[in-house]
Ligand binder design. Structure first.
Ligand code: DON
Length: 310
């Protein structure tokens, strides 16, 4: 699909979907995210030939928020193996919002239903190995720097602090999970690492590179080596399809068929077999917490280039 036509069509598509941003709202429950400009639309596509095409408001950076959950899941499985991880966190979609705690009281042993909802993601973060909280976060950051192929990637301290100071719902989830022996360790430490991982800042091209590695069964063509084992890459991509867009996952699977993970900043990571990576950023969100423009872009990219995996 790498032709001059592709570039021209993509530029046109971006401008067609841009007006949709006025129908969404930027997240405001993390105070620092309120400052985001809702009209921004940026998209990068890492194509099979190794080029990263950039469209829209290129150069924009953003915090990845829940996109980080896919990456900490991969790291936790590398650290402990699949059995340990899935004894504590389930594999089923919820159909509930990402912050929901309702099912923790209803499910067997309070096990979070999957690693993409906050309850599951907090449990996953608590599993990351390291002697100190600094070392644990450094391992997450190092892993993401490798995947995105940029040693300069870091986290946004203002956004991390803003969430750390206000994230009472996540604290409540973490305490509840600890009381039920699902999550282990110090809650302040887990919240500190989790809010930092959500605040890791990058561009769409970085996201597209991560998508390239996952789409390529964990092999990075930039590093010319495997960064994630093929089995773990397969596993996290399956979660992206079934739970990556929360209670819009089913609809997106039908309408786009691109394994994707959203973040409340308006970021979306997409990945396709053969090593096509997609990074999208547009901060106006729908009522489910997914980027309005991002969802429409994924559908159009899929339809225009026949990319559904199904
Ligand atoms: O924990 C939170 O609420 C945020 N740091 C991340 C949530 C998020 O990105 C949900 N995605 N749409």
């Amino acid at each position: 699909m790498l032709t001059e036509n592709f570039v021209r069509e993509m530029k046109k598509t971006i401008e067609e979907v841009r007006p949709l941003s006025s129908s969404g709202n930027v997240a405001d429950y993390i105070p620092a995210l309120k400052k985001s400009d809702p009209s921004i639309v940026a998209c990068s596509i890492f194509t099979k030939d190794g080029a990263c095409h950039r469209f829209g408001d290129v150069g924009t950076t953003f915090t990845i928020q829940s996109v980080s959950k896919v990456l900490t899941l991969a790291l936790a499985i590398e650290d402990h193996g699949k059995e340990y991880v899935f004894e504590r966190v389930g594999m089923e979609p919820t159909g509930d919002p990402y912050y929901s705690m309702a099912r923790l009281e209803l499910t067997d042993q309070s096990k979070p239903l999957n690693p993409m909802i906050n309850a599951g993601a907090l449990t996953i973060t608590s599993m990351i190995k390291g002697n100190t909280k600094e070392e644990k976060f450094e391992r997450i950051l190092h892993f993401i720097r490798e995947l995105a192929d940029d040693e300069d990637i870091t986290y946004n301290k203002d956004v991390a602090q803003s969430e750390y100071d206000t994230t009472d719902k996540n604290r409540a989830l973490a305490y509840y999970l600890k009381a039920n022996n699902i999550l282990e360790g110090d809650i302040d430490e887990v919240i500190d690492i989790y809010t930092k991982q959500c605040s890791i800042e990058m561009s769409c091209c970085h996201l597209a590179r991560i998508g390239q590695v996952l789409g390529n069964r964990g092999y990075s063509t930039l590093h010319e080596r495997e960064l994630v084992s093929p089995r773990i890459a397969q596993l996290v991509k399956t979660f992206m399809v079934t739970c990556g867009m929360y209670n819009s996952s089913g609809q997106l699977a039908i309408e786009a068929g691109i394994p994707s993970k959203s973040g409340v900043s308006g970021a979306i990571l997409g990945t396709l077999p053969g090593g096509i990576g997609i990074g999208i950023y547009s901060p106006a969100l729908d009522e489910k917490g997914n980027s309005v423009v991002g969802i429409e872009l994924l559908k159009r990219i899929s339809q225009n280039y026949d990319l559904s995996i199904f």
